[in-house]
Every structure is written in structure tokens, then in C-alpha cells.
Design a protein. Structure first.
Length: 227
């Protein structure tokens, strides 16, 4: 290794930029880039320096934020385009229709949320939605979790066992239950309320698109029946 490269390597390992090394050694930045471009440790330094510049420079930070937003806009558009293709494949599947309609009526539909979440006190409803997730959408059980909303006199283990047998959820899919006090202690739901959740931005975008497509599909069908 020549003396210039040896000195440049020492300075680079200290975390200096190519410009700083050039000013100290006289070695052109193009030469430095050629020397270090295939060195993983140098790439880590480059990433760290770029991050520091971005945070220190408001304009650079603004451009970084804009680029990140554009990236996610494109990803969301990609998810919705996938949903359109899937809708054509699944729209006549009874379980797909049932799961989507259940979500239309009972699901969490805020666009800003990345959770697909459905709550209800009817075990059969949750069972159908769970089948929709696992059988039609092929979501792995370890990506699906649930939690219960219970009254103080309900036994957590008993209720989880009931909901597990009723819906197909396993014990390890249940998170910590939430206990509440109702206004009317004698007027309450016997088994509490079960919530099924999948945390996925991709699925949320697809789900909202399916709701939109089904609305249009059903309206078109209704109009054709009136003719």
C-alpha cells in the first residue's frame, strides 16, 4: 500500500469525509471513492456522514422527508393495485365476500391506521373473519393476534378458552385482556368482546380498496336488477 493510500485509509477509518481527506492529503475525491467503494466499513462511514448532513441541513432533511413520503405513496398505490387484481380473483368466493362485508360493518377503517382490526361479541362472526384471514388471504397465524375486553367477574383463562375454541385462535395468539366496569353490572356480555388484529399496512390498503370495489360492484348489480 502506498503512503498516500495508507494515510487516506487511516483518516477514513477515523470517520473523515472524502473532501476532508482530500484537503489533508491532496488525493482527489475520485481516487478516494475508487479506493474505498468496495469496503463495507467505508460504506458505513458514508451512510453515517450522509445522515449527519441530512439532520444538520434543514433543506436536506426536508428533501429526505419528501422522498420518504413519495416512497410510501408509491408503495400504497402498489398495494391498492394488487387489491384490484385480487378482487377479480376472489369477488365470487363466499368467504371472501363474508370477510370483507364483516369488515365493512365492524372493522376499523381509518386510513391512517396500519391495523386491520375487527371487534365483536359474536363468536361465529370472529370465526368467519379468522377463516377469511387464514384460508383466503393465507395470513400465517403468528401474524394474527387477539385480545379480550372483559368485565371484572369474568375469568380470563375461561374466556380465552371459550373464544379459542369458538374461533380457532390458539392460546398464544391472545394478548393481555382488558378489564372494564360497566354502568349496569347485571346487563353485560357473557363472554366479553373479542378483537382480532393484523398489523400490516399492505393488508390495510388492500382491505380498504376491496371495500370500495365491493361498493361499486354491488351498486352496479343493484342497478342491473332494476332494469
Amino acid at each position: 500500500m502506498n503512503k498516500d493510500k495508507e494515510k487516506a485509509t487511516e483518516l477514513r477509518r477515523q470517520g473523515l469525509s472524502y473532501k476532508q481527506i482530500r484537503d489533508k492529503t491532496g488525493v482527489p475525491t475520485s481516487t478516494l471513492a475508487c479506493w474505498f467503494k468496495n469496503e463495507p466499513w467505508s460504506q458505513e462511514i458514508k451512510a453515517r456522514l450522509s445522515s449527519q448532513v441530512s439532520w444538520a441541513n434543514p433543506k436536506a432533511l426536508e428533501l429526505l422527508v419528501q422522498a420518504n413520503r413519495e416512497k410510501w405513496r408509491n408503495k400504497h398505490a402498489e398495494y391498492r393495485a394488487t387489491a384490484v387484481k385480487e378482487f377479480q380473483r376472489y369477488k365470487d368466493d363466499p368467504l371472501f365476500l363474508a370477510g370483507t362485508m364483516l369488515y365493512w360493518g365492524e372493522g376499523e377503517k381509518r386510513p391512517q391506521s396500519s391495523q386491520v382490526r375487527l371487534s365483536n361479541s359474536e363468536p361465529e362472526m370472529l370465526k368467519i373473519f379468522y377463516l377469511f384471514l387464514t384460508k383466503v388471504l393465507k395470513i400465517q397465524p403468528d401474524k394474527i393476534f387477539a385480545w379480550l375486553l372483559l368485565y371484572p367477574d369474568l375469568v380470563d383463562s375461561v374466556q380465552k378458552n371459550f373464544w379459542g375454541k369458538s374461533t380457532g385462535l390458539s392460546a398464544k395468539q391472545f394478548k393481555k385482556s382488558i378489564y372494564i366496569k360497566g354502568k349496569h353490572p347485571t346487563k353485560r356480555l357473557s363472554y366479553g368482546v373479542c378483537t382480532i388484529v393484523v398489523s400490516s399496512r399492505a393488508l390495510k390498503e388492500r382491505m380498504l380498496k376491496w371495500l370500495e370495489l365491493y361498493q361499486n360492484h354491488l351498486q352496479t348489480h343493484a342497478i342491473s336488477l332494476e332494469k
